[in-house]
Design a binder for this molecule. Structure first.
Ligand SMILES: *Cc1c(COP(=O)(O)O)cnc(C)c1O
Length: 507
């Protein structure tokens, strides 16, 4: 290669540094292996490159081809072969449609169905590729150890991580869940997980205790050393890992290209995107897609009654000091949206000091307030929320008007979209609503929203069959599988026994 060309390749490289201290620069594979920076900050790319393929090419691309075009720009230390290998192993027949993320029009909006993977919710979009990105990263950095994923789960992430890592050579996964703190279906999904490299353990305690127990093991140097000698090292599959964030940008690019391919929009026409939000990962990916050149007008951030983000967008003050509300969209019941830190860092002009100060206020006081200048940078966002009653009403009305059935999380987004249109009179812009879970995942809430009197007395699996009938949709494999599946994991332990159980599995 000539000198000139070499320089050009170098300039295209993207490096990652912490939102709290810019000194250390990591390659993508190093950032994926590390997950969280040592200073507690999140890794952010030093640039967001513009897509270098035309819309006329993108419109004919498969999901996998689109994924390559997006991910190659941000994971620049992966070779073409490595990246394509990860993509093809992730987005395969685990998904029940070749489109991977289909768009469905209902009542004038375009629902981007992100729930066609193994656990019928959107976490699959990232967790099916993360294991492959991780083991490829390990190889690239000459790590010979097997990667052991340790996670505590309150239900959904655990199963999606188990499904993603199951059978992936060079990895093991251990999931702890509160024995009496998850739904019967969630528990059954986990304890029937196949794969010799998987381990599921119930604990006598709540989710916070499980989480604390896992954090303790991550910090336990003696345990680390003992396992290192056996050829293991810990890693996490946390939603702040850039190996989860980057794959989520793909479906926003893909859906835009499909709207164009189907003549719904003209070239470069702006669209709105509505995202039901919890940890702010999914909507941040949409924001990154916009920065990479996808014409998005408004990023509409939808919350349930835990409306910290709505208040933040309205007032500029992030305040987690409030009652935690259990809703029927549990994956959005969050008071600290971790990924928001990446947006704060950016609107602070990539200033690590300013960001660190806010994050330290959040830790100590539970709140922080951004400056007027920073608020100016939030013009792209619109925030709102729906109450539990409104969410149920949205499900019922959409079903009655169109026959299309959506889950509770997606209904929060649809409800907020209605409020947005009323408030702004922006009724012309074509809009994509991220549909983050199959209605079969939250069958009871969905069916009771449609007709409480009729469905209240039915069992969970009876409701599944009813839903299949009224929505005219086949029962997804993920649900069929657990109906009669064999229980493969029955271990239960006390919180202080967690390390012993880990060692026992890794012996
Ligand atoms: C995780 C999750 C969300 C929230 O996504 P974030 O990236 O955390 O904002 C929304 N809906 C469902 C079904 C989820 O599982």
């Amino acid at each position: 290669m000539k000198k000139e060309e070499l320089r050009e390749v170098k300039n295209m490289s993207v490096y990652y540094s912490s939102t709290r201290n810019g000194a250390e620069k990591l390659t993508a594979s190093q950032a994926i292996l590390k997950g969280l920076a040592d200073d507690g900050g999140l890794f952010v790319p030093d640039k967001l490159p513009k897509l270098d393929v035309s819309l006329d090419k993108l419109k004919d691309m498969s999901y996998q081809e689109t994924a390559y075009e997006v991910m190659k720009l941000l994971l620049t230390d992966f070779t073409e072969e490595e990246l394509k290998n990860c993509i093809n192993k992730a987005y395969d027949s685990k998904f029940d449609t070749e489109e991977i993320a289909p768009l469905v029009e209902a009542d004038g909006a375009y629902y981007l169905e992100l729930f066609h993977g193994s656990t019928i919710a959107f976490k699959d979009m990232a967790l099916s590729i993360l294991p492959h990105l991780l083991i490829t990263s390990a190889k690239k950095n000459n790590i010979k150890n097997d990667i052991v994923i340790l996670t505590a789960t309150s239900g959904d992430t655990g199963k999606a991580a188990l499904a993603g890592f199951s059978g992936v050579e060079g990895t093991k996964i251990i999931v702890f869940y509160p024995k009496n703190g998850v739904s019967p279906i969630q528990e059954k999904q986990m304890v029937t997980q196949k794969g010799d490299n998987t381990c599921v353990i119930g604990i006598n305690g709540n989710f916070d205790q499980a989480q604390t127990g896992v954090k303790k093991m991550f910090a336990d140097e003696a345990l680390k050393k003992e396992l290192e000698e056996k050829g293991y090292q810990f890693s996490s599959a946390n939603s702040i890992n850039i190996g989860r964030l980057v794959p989520q940008i793909v479906y926003y690019v893909y859906s835009y290209a499909k709207l164009y391919a189907n003549n719904v929009i003209k070239k470069d026409e702006k669209i709105n995107v509505v995202v039901p939000t919890g940890n702010f990962g999914n909507i941040l990916a949409a924001y990154y897609a916009k920065n990479m050149g996808i014409p998005i007008a408004k990023l509409i951030c939808a919350s349930n009654e835990n409306k910290v983000l709505f208040d933040f967008f309205k007032s500029g003050k992030y305040d987690k000091n409030r009652e935690f509300i259990l809703t029927n969209s549990p994956s959005m019941d969050i008071l600290i949206s971790s990924n928001l830190e990446r947006l704060i860092y950016r609107i602070a002009g990539n200033n690590t000091e300013v960001n660190s100060k806010f994050m330290s206020d959040l830790r100590t006081k539970g709140s922080y307030e951004i400056t007027d200048g920073m608020r100016e940078e939030l013009k792209d966002f619109y925030g709102n929320y729906t109450s539990e009653e409104e969410t149920a009403e949205v499900i019922k009305k959409l079903y009655e008007d169109t026959g299309y059935v959506i889950d509770t999380h997606t209904a929060v987004a649809a409800g907020v979209f209605e409020k947005y249109k009323k408030e702004t009179n922006d009724t012309e812009t074509k809009t994509v609503i991220a549909s983050t879970a199959s209605p079969f995942k939250f069958t009871r809430s969905v069916m009771e929203a449609i007709d409480k009197d009729k469905y209240e007395s039915l069992t969970d699996f009876e409701l599944v069959d009813e839903l299949s009938k009224i929505a005219n949709v086949r029962v997804p494999n993920a649900i069929e599988e657990i109906r009669n599946a064999e229980i493969l994991h029955d271990k239960v332990c006390d919180v202080d026994q967690m390390p012993e159980f880990v060692k026992d599995f890794l012996k």
